[in-house]
Design a binder for this molecule. Structure first.
Ligand code: FAD
Length: 384
């Protein structure tokens, strides 16, 4: 007979939900994970071949201890996942080069985080960057900071590996199942209704990415959505774009616009995206997956300004969504009326690298275990 009651239900198993499922199962809970599109799907925010990971976090030094934990978690997961040399690694440390005006948000922020936490970074002038990576064109007056420990995560492989570990530890998975409603009864039990049945649990973790606002209707989170296009290009200048020859990169321009990418790997070209900008969306279901010519033009203008080549070819593109919180900081919290419900929201386009620590933290929150490393996320931004 199918089981209907669980210790914990996780709604959504993208990056954070798959990690939460895994840690909830490792915690000994009988876990049900539900996702409307299934494992490693290309409909939410955890898809598109790679996610950049870096430790000298320009966004704020308080994220660094979480990143140090995240590196350990990815390493541990990778050891379980990489059962043979031909299995692709989850995390590739090809380094990250972050370029921008010396007093800009990125370079200043990277150096600040590296200085406060004693992280290894190397600083280069525009001439030095050009000598090392001749394909790059860095404007005079802009500098680069190279972080050797940075790199990229293979996003779909990471999600699949976390789900595999969750299942190996006893979790149950329901794919293609959409949660439509939930209630809490007088005994504190959470009841879920979906398009394919109903289940109940003692606790619930909501990791629905861009759909979180819909599932937590009535909780004022101030979330907004941006449609973001990921592009893969083949440039006619082939040297130094492939992995092991070229790092991930992030360029802040003088006007504050920010572009980033990862080296060419597998059969796709070099990935290039804009971190700033994006098209506002009313709801996640409204996303148009066709190509957005404005985002393409902005990325191609960036490429022409900062890379030397004569011809480029867009070989692939894919639409994704940023779920923005008002201050671009992650929101990890209990439901205001139900302590047995926790959620992660508003990862603001930089959450994947933290997925295992966020998933683990959600489980700890339900368990009542404190972790002061996360306290900064609750402090008003001006006080940090
Ligand atoms: C283009 C792009 C580039 C990015 N680059 C980086 C980067 O380089 N580094 C980095 O760290 N981060 C990056 N991010 C951010 C990062 O990818 C996200 O913060 C992270 O993947 C969000 O994961 P999530 O689990 O919260 O959401 P999602 O991955 O969106 O997962 C939510 C899941 O919930 C499911 N769901 C929703 N509603 C329901 C429902 N009612 N019933 C059942 N299931 C439901 C969905 O099907 C989905 O699978 C990027 C994001 C984008 C879009």
């Amino acid at each position: 007979m199918e089981q209907n009651h669980f210790d914990c239900i996780v709604v959504g198993f993208g990056g954070v939900g798959s990690a939460a499922m895994r840690y909830a199962a490792l915690h000994g809970w009988n876990v049900l994970g539900i996702d409307r599109f299934g494992p490693a799907n290309n409909r939410g925010s955890s898809h598109g071949q790679t996610r950049v990971i870096r430790k000298s976090y320009f966004e704020h030094p308080d994220y660094v201890p979480l990143l140090q934990d995240a590196y350990e978690c990815w390493d541990e997961l990778n050891k379980r996942h990489r059962t043979a040399p031909e299995v692709k690694e989850l995390l590739t440390q090809c380094g990250v080069l972050q370029v921008g005006p010396e007093d800009g948000t990125v370079v200043r922020g990277v150096l600040n985080s590296a200085g406060q936490h004693g992280l290894a970074v190397e600083r280069f002038t525009s001439d030095e960057i050009h000598r090392r990576l001749p394909i790059l064109n860095v404007p005079d007056g802009h500098v680069g900071v190279f972080e050797p420990e940075g790199g990229f995560l293979r996003v779909e492989l990471c999600v699949a590996a976390m789900i595999k570990q969750a299942l190996a530890n006893g979790a149950t998975m329901k794919s293609g199942v959409q949660v439509n409603a939930w209630q809490v009864d007088d005994h504190g039990t959470v009841h879920l209704q979906s398009n394919q049945g109903s289940w109940s649990a003692d606790r619930m973790i909501v990791c629905a990415g861009p759909w979180t606002g819909q599932l937590l209707e009535g909780v004022d989170l101030g979330l907004t959505l941006l449609a973001k296009q990921q592009h893969w290009y083949q440039l006619d200048r082939v040297e130094q774009k492939r992995v092991n020859q070229f790092p991930c990169f992030l360029f802040e321009q003088s006007d504050g616009a920010c572009f980033y990418g990862s080296p060419e790997l597998d059969t796709l070209g070099m990935k290039v995206c804009e971190h700033t900008g994006g098209r506002p969306l009313e709801s996640a279901d409204q996303l148009d997956r066709g190509i957005d010519p404005d985002q393409q033009t902005r990325v191609e203008t960036f490429l022409k300004q900062h890379f030397h080549f004569t011809k480029q070819r867009l070989v692939h593109h894919s639409m994704c969504m940023y779920t923005m919180s008002p201050e671009e900081r992650f929101i990890l919290d209990h439901h205001p009326d139900h302590q047995q419900i926790v959620f992660a929201a508003g990862l603001s386009g930089h959450g994947f690298k933290f997925a295992p620590v966020l998933g683990r933290r959600l489980v700890q929150m339900l368990d009542g275990t404190p972790d002061p490393k996360f306290d900064f996320l609750r402090t008003p931004k001006g006080d940090r």
